[in-house]
Design a protein around this ligand. Structure first.
Ligand code: UT7
Length: 331
């Protein structure tokens, strides 16, 4: 029997309606459109408004759209993995909440927490279930409501992040498409440079943690930038070398959208034509686990069967990785 591969057979995304522009941010903190665009590449980002609206709201929309596109009932899903750094609550898992919202009654699922690399971690984990033959319709969703943990008085972080969700369906295939190779890495030494300190078991919520703003993202931007530039480029290059690929062989780089300068450095290390880089940071900012599936969703019509894609990410933890796959369908 031929080896089973896990192929993406559908992709869908969801972003909330509210557009938070650089101009509006400049009325909230001491910043300006020019600084934000030139230092990060972001012009605007989406924000999920309303009471009781967590990441699952966006994740469920992405999953519903995914099933409609593929023409399957949500009952047919056998597993949902949700990558998120902003779960609706610490438990139960947002994957469970999404399954309930979309009516995926036959799916088991859990959350994957690897910050901005979460989608790649979840994608690779899900692919192993599909390759083993144990699961046939596995949904991987990345959903983050970053606005729920952003301090809108901190100009160094509030300009970067936005809200959104994206989802892919993985199914087994015996042809040569699907996920071919991946390298995932982590190093907990980076945990002090990008984190949300309080609200977990080490620093439970109390009046002091709230007063000290410890429920918001804290980022040492310069240090994270240095690690991100090196590691995202290195790991993409490593996966290329392992698969004897040159920049010319890759059709698309699908990078995590944290900062346009990090993306440019990765493309340059891969010796890749900038036209082959998916870039939507200008419209959505950094949506953490949603950046990569949102890119795939927006570029879907340009992708062809056998297109060679390199997915790459870097984030809190530190966590990072790259996934090489061949696209499995024509739209
Ligand atoms: O997705 C997870 C991984 N995260 C990342 O990959 C993010 C990595 N880090 C970055 O993208 C960048 O470090 C930032 C965009 C966060 C910051 O850019 P930077 O070029 O590293 O700026 P900086 O922190 O070195 O600050 C340069 C200057 C400072 O002023 P002084 O000290 O030179 O007078 C900052 O106070 O820019 C100032 N500054 C701002 N000015 C206007 C910082 N934020 C702003 C702002 N508007 N929003």
């Amino acid at each position: 029997m031929k080896k089973l591969r896990a192929a993406i057979t559908a992709v869908h995304g969801y972003v909330p309606d509210y557009v938070l522009t650089n101009e509006e941010l400049a009325t909230m903190v001491d910043t300006n459109d020019e600084w934000i665009r030139t230092r990060t590449g972001v012009s605007e980002r989406r924000i999920l408004k309303g009471e009781d609206q967590g990441s699952s709201v966006m994740g469920a929309e992405a999953v519903k759209g995914l099933c409609e596109k593929r023409g399957i009932s949500t009952d047919e899903i056998d597993m949902i993995l949700c990558a998120t750094a902003t779960p609706d609550m610490l438990f139960p898992a947002t994957a469970n909440i999404i399954a309930d919202k979309v009516g995926a009654r036959n799916a088991f699922g859990y959350d994957v927490l690897a910050a901005c690399s979460g989608f790649l971690y979840a994608l690779v984990t899900a692919s192993k279930y599909v390759e083993s033959g144990s699961h046939k319709k596995v949904v991987v969703v990345g959903a983050d409501k970053m606005s729920s943990i952003v301090d809108y008085t901190d100009r160094a972080t509030c300009i970067l992040f936005g809200d959104g969700a994206g989802a892919v369906l993985l199914e087994p295939t015996e042809n040569d498409t699907g996920i071919i190779d991946s390298v995932l890495k982590s190093d907990g030494v980076g945990r002090h440079h990008l984190y949300q300190k309080a609200g977990g078991s080490a620093f439970p919520a109390n009046q002091e943690t709230v007063a000290a703003k410890e429920h918001f993202i804290h980022q040492d931007g310069k240090t994270v930038f240095k690690f991100a530039v090196k590691n995202m480029a290195d790991v993409s290059f490593e996966v290329m070398e392992r698969n004897n690929l040159s920049g010319d062989d890759i059709d698309w780089l699908v990078p995590h959208q944290a900062n346009k300068r990090i993306i440019d450095a990765t493309a340059s290390r891969m010796n890749l034509d900038p036209k082959k880089v998916m870039l939507n940071i200008q419209r959505y900012g950094n949506t953490t686990t949603a950046t990569i599936p949102l890119c795939l969703w927006e570029w879907e019509t340009k992708l062809k069967k056998d297109s060679k894609l390199m997915l790459a990410a870097f984030g809190g933890g530190f966590t990072w990785g790259a996934v090489y796959l061949k696209w499995s369908y024509n739209t």
